[in-house]
Design a protein around this ligand. Structure first.
Ligand code: PRX
Length: 642
């Protein structure tokens, strides 16, 4: 990413910005007395039983609000239906085909109770695991809330993942029930979610039932012993299900994400700390008020959707927009149309989407009245200054602030972002600006020494924060090794960062083997272990190269087994294999066939060299390379393609 010093000095003003205090004071207080600070903040939650201890920090495990009891579905619904929020809109939902649904808080409350009752009848109880494999339809947040109500631990699997990827997650979490839909709409096509769910259920003996939400009209075969229609299990149900009194640190959900291993890891989040963190950070970063119409465009299958489509807006009693389909269907103006139609005031999306819109031209948003907007946001990968400025000018009309929010699945909610809800900072396009209160950031060199401003190193977080993951599900060793071993006592996110002379933070991308394709996280190991699973492949190395729209694109170098020759057919076949074992997001931009992969003398694949070849950069130090011919060959394959 090119860094720029062009500072946007315009500070958003006007009645919308009612900052709640001085950023520096609040931040200082959160550093000097974290427990006092968080105890005060936690007054905003409704507790069934108050906590006894604010923080129990036994590195690397933080347990917040120990002894407290609460339920997140109660936070999101029950307490609102006792007030005037009851009849307020919780979700304006719109399907890809244009159908709409308006769900008030009361309606969400009724549905959540009924879905919880139906799950209970299927035998789901506190501590059970439930997998949710659903498109962006209202049933998804309702089931998440119903699980939270019962104390069942849910795992949402992104609907674009394949049946095999679903099976991997269902098996790891040990889900008793998979909840899916007959299918989903995507750019006018119907994708067969139910069939993928069946593939997973057949592979995973833990699965007892598949619940199917009727969404698309097409026929799906139902196994009478295993499959049930949601409509059937809801028939005649209209009852109140008392929310379970959950321990503050009881697990709420597991969300799988990519790391350095071939298998996605289950990030485990708890109840109270998570609930508090996401609600507070939403307030600080976007400054919503009770008239806000909030639209976070993320799919609920990712952490952004969990925290900022479902739970935080509901905790705060906000109105949200939820849209099922693709941003460019039926045309590239669909999102702008929706902003104008629903009077969206806060719009939160990804750099990938912004760059796609940029490519299509500013005339598309210019056709719509976007004057309802009061706050913008960005998430998922570094936003390049050009995209930031395009967003600021063409969507924000140079009037409103952009919150570039840096965070991760593991952090639960925003970690670094402008905070117009506290005090608007001047902005610099491409910088996520300053840490949230409670986030103690440092930039370290490889030896763990703090770097002076202006130098790039590893970002670390030196204090636990309430939204921090509880653990990696059933893998404490990986948890300790991934986040806590390199710089003991400090949480290691795995990103490069630079603090500039004004103490603004620039997040500069991953420092590890994680690739970000259109903001989606995937690891080289995951891609490699998928592709070597194909019988024609002997060895493979995955890397990425920069992509103008997607941020990064996947490149694979592959050696084939004897008996298979490189051909366009085998290339297409391997692409199909990746999509079938992982999902559409694993689609490579290019597959290069070579006879040798560059390796160190100890046999480690040197992806750094392949990446240099794939980007046309200089290869640099090759002194540890075992056989120089491998690089020449990779380069020749690359040149041939050009
Ligand atoms: O590299 C950072 C990048 O996304 C990673 C986390 O990915 P994931 O867990 O899938 O969560 C994405 C949504 C929170 C980070 O390690 N990332 C996320 N937001 C930003 C970012 N990089 C730069 N700027 C951001 N605003």
């Amino acid at each position: 990413m090119t860094q720029t010093d062009s500072r946007v000095t315009h500070l958003p003003t006007g009645s919308y910005y009612t900052p709640s205090g001085e950023y520096d004071d609040l931040y200082r207080r959160s550093m000097e007395d974290p427990e006092g600070f968080w105890a005060e903040q936690a007054e905003s939650l409704d507790w069934f039983k108050p906590w006894e201890k604010v923080l129990d920090w036994q590195a690397p495990y933080a347990r917040w609000f120990v002894g407290g009891k609460l339920n997140l579905s109660y936070q999101c619904l029950d307490r609102h239906v006792q007030t005037e929020v009851k009849n307020k809109v919780a979700f304006y939902w719109e399907g890809e085909l244009g159908e709409t649904q308006v769900l008030t808080y009361n309606e969400m409350y009724r549905l959540t109770n009924n879905y919880a009752a139906a799950l209970k009848r299927l035998g789901v109880k506190r501590g059970d695991k439930v997998a949710l494999y659903l498109p962006m339809i209202p049933a998804l947040p309702v089931f998440m809330l119903a699980c939270a109500r019962l104390g069942a631990i849910f795992t949402v699997v992104f609907s674009a993942f394949s049946g095999q990827a679903l099976a991997d997650r269902v098996e790891d979490v040990g889900a008793k029930v998979i909840i899916t839909s007959s299918g989903m709409h995507r750019r006018g096509k119907i994708l067969p979610l139910k069939e993928n769910a069946v593939e997973a259920a057949v592979k995973c003996p833990c699965v007892e039932k598949i619940v199917v939400v009727k969404h698309t009209g097409h026929h799906t075969e139902m196994d009478p012993d295993r499959d049930v229609w949601l409509d059937d299990i809801l028939a005649g149900v209209d009852e109140y299900v008392a929310p379970e009194a959950m321990d503050a640190n009881d697990p709420l959900f597991v969300l799988y994400t990519s790391g350095s291993t071939g298998k996605p890891k289950g990030i485990l989040h708890g109840t109270a700390g998570y609930a508090l963190w996401i609600a507070k950070t939403l307030q600080w970063a976007f400054n919503p008020d009770q008239k806000s119409v909030f639209w976070c465009t993320a799919d609920i299958g990712w952490i952004t959707g969990h925290s900022y489509v479902v739970f935080a807006p509901l905790e705060l009693g906000l109105t949200s927009v939820m849209y099922e389909g693709a941003p460019d269907f039926p045309a590239i103006d669909r999102w702008w149309q929706l902003i104008a139609k629903y009077g969206v005031t806060i719009f939160y999306t990804s750099p990938t989407a912004i760059r796609m819109f940029m490519r299509h031209g500013e005339e598309w948003p210019a056709k719509y009245d976007l004057s309802s907007l009061k706050s913008l946001g960005s998430v998922g990968e570094p936003i390049n200054p050009e995209a930031w400025l395009w967003y600021y000018r063409n969507i924000g009309h140079e009037r409103i602030s952009i919150s570039d929010t840096w965070w991760q699945t593991e952090t639960g909610g925003f970690m670094i972002s402008p905070t117009p809800g506290i005090q608007p900072h001047p902005l610099k396009p491409g910088s996520a600006t300053k840490p949230m209160p409670g986030v103690d950031v440092a930039v370290l060199d490889p030896d763990g020494k703090e770097l002076p401003n202006g130098q790039t190193g590893f970002i670390v977080i030196r204090k636990p924060w309430p939204g921090m993951l509880l653990d990696i599900y059933q893998n404490q060793e990986l948890y300790q090794q991934t986040y806590w071993s390199r710089f003991p006592g400090y949480y290691l996110p795995g990103d490069f960062c630079m603090k500039d002379q004004d103490n603004f933070l620039w997040l500069l991308g991953r420092a590890d083997e994680v690739i970000k394709v259109a903001g989606h996280r995937i690891s080289t190991a995951e891609l490699e272990s998928s592709i070597v699973g194909h019988s024609a492949v002997a060895e493979a190395a995955a890397c990425s190269r920069p992509d103008e729209v997607k941020g990064e694109a996947i490149i694979l170098f592959v050696t084939l087994r004897k008996g298979t020759d490189p051909s366009p057919e085998i290339k297409a076949e391997l692409t199909r294999h990746l999509r079938a074992t992982i999902g559409a997001l694993a689609t490579p931009e290019e597959i290069f066939f070579v006879n040798l992969l560059p390796k160190t003398r100890s046999g480690k694949i040197m992806r750094r060299l392949l990446k240099a070849v794939a980007t046309g950069a200089t290869v640099g130090d090759t002194s540890t390379l075992d056989d120089g011919a491998s690089i020449d060959e990779a380069r020749a394959a690359f040149e041939e393609l050009k």
